[in-house]
Design a protein around this ligand. Sequence first.
Ligand SMILES: *Cc1c(COP(=O)(O)O)cnc(C)c1O
Length: 228
Amino acid sequence: MTISPSLSSIAQRLVRVRAQLPANVRLIAVTKQVSVEAIRAAYAAGQRDFAESRLQEALPKQEQLQDCPDICWHFIGHLQSNKAQKVLEHFPWIHTCDSLKLAQRLDRLAEGLDKIPQICVQVKVLPDPQKYGWSVPELFADLPDLNNCRNLDLCGLMAILPLELSPSEMLSAFQSVRTLGDRINDENYPNLNIQEYSMGMSDDYPLAVQAGATMVRLGRILFGDREN
Ligand SMILES: *Cc1c(COP(=O)(O)O)cnc(C)c1O
């Protein structure tokens, strides 16, 4: 918990960013390294969707925020299989389902928990060895098995772009995520209905929105720079 921009500026930043977003785009406030006080300031300003990327950081914060039961928590970090059960218990949304093995594990655990979590499939529309997620051909090969994960609501695609793209390259990469969702829907798998596009961070969200993002995940632009 290292950053503490003035709490009143958080509300102003939220208002400014929200004013730039179309009404159908869900603003998800990314609160890794952000204090509970700062989360409360955003909550007081009307923010309800919050995202964390590390379970061990998220759980104590959620504990301290139990008086805000209408917060919707989104998990956006790489999910190790030994943490999958706890993440399912504490996050209705998982944006970072990045392998078939993880999807199948989440599916089995969700059945045991009697939950239907909302899941975004993490994709790489450009090669990016640093990142987790399916390439487009890998994803198409796995669609039949994903379709069998009946305890998951596989409703979205999530993408993080490689670094150092030009704005026009970013726009076209985001547009290919959108097109990929349409192509998946055209396959008519009953359990795969892509309606959400989780794409766009502080540095690239206007382009993501232009390409059809339905959820933007914003940290620094709301809460200030992190330590790393
Ligand atoms: C940290 C993070 C964000 C937010 O990034 P900012 O640049 O702070 O807006 C979004 N998505 C994921 C997956 C992240 O890890």
